[in-house]
Design a protein around this ligand. Structure first.
Ligand SMILES: N[C@@H](CCC[C@H](N)C(=O)O)C(=O)O
Length: 273
């Protein structure tokens, strides 16, 4: 069986997209890790399997389900940048009848709009403040706001430029507070309605963007300013996204691009499993 792939990214958070409408692929953690490996595979921060919701026995309003996996093979509930890339794939390939539709994810249904300029807005659901904790980078403690955006985040405001942080090694965090692991965001507020952010993602490492992380960052900044509603541009190493946060809802808008399409070598796929 030929296995098609595409390579795409959303603000340089990059993904291997695997079209699998009928849910036939045996997508093991080993195969995901091999695909995402930048030396022995195609290289990516994660895999987006495009599968029909009913083909995997799930219920939901969306015909298509985004089966997201981190680069280490682990499963995560949600990926904001991945949702934009996924939405663009469905529109480009005529798999949805309109530019507004719903995508199923493990965190629930996510309505999307693909705009005429091919940027995508995702309704990201609630960004819920769940408490306070600490990230430790290079032996230094950074207190942070814990935010649930379907997946777990800890957002720390940093006094120095976030570019100065050494994120080459995994920061530490409180395992009791985050038993399932956590994505760690470090932010500099840059005046009203603008933030700069770096992120160390659970299951991946430092990435050039994290969509759920940018929503968490804006929600945390608003929380620290004593409010729960607002909007902000977020500058990440891979570009810029726009985020709005309201009570019980949030949106993420940004680009989605494809760079390649091809077929996997069947022998490589068998060996990787
Ligand atoms: N890059 C993603 C988030 C992917 C999942 C995350 N690493 C986790 O394990 O929760 C995004 O754009 O949101």
């Amino acid at each position: 069986m030929a296995i098609e792939f595409l390579k795409g990214h959303g603000t340089q958070n990059d993904f291997v997209v695997l079209p699998d409408p009928d849910g036939r692929l045996d997508l093991t953690a080993g195969r995901v890790a091999a695909l995402c490996d930048r030396q022995r595979g195609l290289g990516a921060d994660g895999v987006l399997r495009v599968v029909r919701t009913e083909a995997i026995g799930l219920a939901g309003d969306g015909e298509w389900f985004m089966d997201y996996r981190n680069a280490d093979g682990s499963i995560a509930e949600m990926c904001g940048n991945g949702t934009r890339v996924f939405a663009r794939y469905l529109v480009d390939n005529g798999l949805v009848p309109a530019r507004e539709f719903v995508i199923g994810t493990r965190a629930g249904d996510r309505p999307v709009v693909v705009h005429p300029d091919l940027s995508v807005t995702v309704q990201m659901g609630p960004a819920t403040i769940t408490g306070a904790s600490v990230a430790i980078v290079d032996g230094r403690n950074f207190s942070g706001v814990a935010v649930d955006v379907g997946n777990p985040h800890l957002v720390s405001v940093v006094d120095e430029d976030v570019d100065a942080l050494d994120l080459t090694r995994a920061p530490r965090y409180d395992n009791d507070f985050f038993p399932e692991g956590v994505n760690l965001e470090f932010i500099n507020p840059l005046g009203e309605q603008r933030l700069k952010m770096r992120v160390y993602e659970r299951g991946v490492g430092e990435t050039r963007a994290c969509g759920t992380g940018t929503v968490a960052a804006v929600a945390a900044a608003l929380h620290l300013a004593g409010t729960d509603t607002g909007k902000s541009a977020v500058d990440i190493p891979g570009g810029r996204v726009e985020v709005t946060v309201e009570r019980g809802a949030s949106t993420l808008t940004g680009p989605a691009e494809f760079v390649a399409r091809g077929e996997l070598d069947p022998a490589w796929w068998e060996k990787a499993g």
